[in-house]
Design a protein around this ligand. Sequence first.
Ligand code: SAH
Ligand code: SF4
Ligand code: F3S
Length: 467
Amino acid sequence: MNEVEKQKQYIEKIKKINQNQTLKYHMQTMGCLLNENDSEKLAGMLEEMGYQKIEDPKKADIIVFNTCCVRENAEDKLFGKLGELKRLKQENGVIIAIGGCMMQEKHITNKIKASYPYVDILFGTHTLHKFPENLYKTLEEKKKLEDIIEIEGKIYEGIPIKRDSNIKASVTIMNGCNNFCSYCIVPYVRGRERSRSPKNIIEEVKELASNGYQEITLLGQNVNSYLKVEQEKAIPIEEYEGIHSFATLLKAINKIEGIQRIRFISPHPKDFTDDVIDAIATCQKVCKLIHLPLQSGNTKVLKEMNRKYTKEQYLALVEKMKKKIPNIKLSTDIIVGFPGETKEEFEDTLEVVKKVKFEQVYMFIYSKRVGTPGAKMKNQVPEEEKHKRFDQLKTLVENQIQENNQKYIGTTQKVLVEGESKNNKNLLTGRTDSNKVVIFEGNKKLIGTIQHLKIISEHMWYLKGEM
Ligand code: SAH
Ligand code: SF4
Ligand code: F3S
């Protein structure tokens, strides 16, 4: 019996225990899209065990936190919440389970065990699929459990999943990362890069299509190196629909009937080969907004970051993409205040931002991560200076976004209608191909369809449209 089948038996056992009760789970997801996709699997397992989702943690029988440790503020978030749970635990004995990337850090789990002894289950990124077994042991044997392994886990297929949306879905195509950018904790907490098999991915997307899903986002820390590690290590890959690379995967998914839009996140500039550019250009379902993480616009800083490209190479790649993919738009990630970054070097980042004119920029203040090479670098930039640079970049980006938003006014955009607007239930919300939020008045029946909307005004983080 495979591991997932074994877990399904635990799901059945818990279902029996929970019979004739309406038990509730409360879950909080603190990280990236991959982390969210993991939470959807946790939710899938919990619902099969008979638990129902609830927003209010006070009414929950089990609370699950899926954590992130990419920056310090993500970690602070967890400890704030853990403090609040002590009373809940004392009052109603709620089961508390914490999983995700942060649990792969020894100093964190030690701190939790010492200061928050009321936590019941700690699980890592490689043992997510064993959640039913761990929960069973906690329920039956009243044990505190720690199920964290350091070696990279396998890829488990067939874990139940309860998706957040019935219009858009994330599909993880690879786990882990081999790049070891010197600031980044991800390779340490997610393990080595390994790709899912083409067949499993295509089958998942086909099933989503048959269930009415319109948009697919392919997820991985380095999606455009899909199957590269396997090829380098000569690990046999089962041939399926001609897929042997990221480009051929895009082409195969593009052919799946029913799916209207394909997105992917994140590619790495160093792996942006011509075949990937050609695939984006020729696959009409692939959205022409490409996320291309820059991190820094200075070649020396990029070298220190271990990013494996120069400022000039990045700009040349952007030029090539703009030439080959009509109407392409780019978004990016930038870190300010990496150790040793001088004011002049930071100016290079501003220069690249001015040149490329990104559709969206996700900006981060450098955060020291225990165990990464960056944390040991002597020349850390003072907090105050990091914030000054961040504000400078933010002002530039906001001006560019406003200017760019103006260009949308008067145009007609294809918008995938996602649901009611959060702030006003009488309005609908959707996204353009370029991932811009559009708010408009319309019938709820339009949810899940693509509509052509005329853009009438811009409001920094969203556009207003009309039918
Ligand atoms: N694999 C993806 C994203 C990883 S994490 C990629 O390579 O693009 C998402 C973003 O968080 C990164 O792109 C980076 O901009 C930011 N980030 C990662 N580590 C960070 C750190 N220590 N401090 C600040 N930002 C960080
Ligand atoms: Fe982190 Fe770099 Fe890997 Fe992205 S590519 S997850 S930034 S190490
Ligand atoms: Fe994602 Fe955070 Fe882990 S960004 S991969 S949840 S460290």
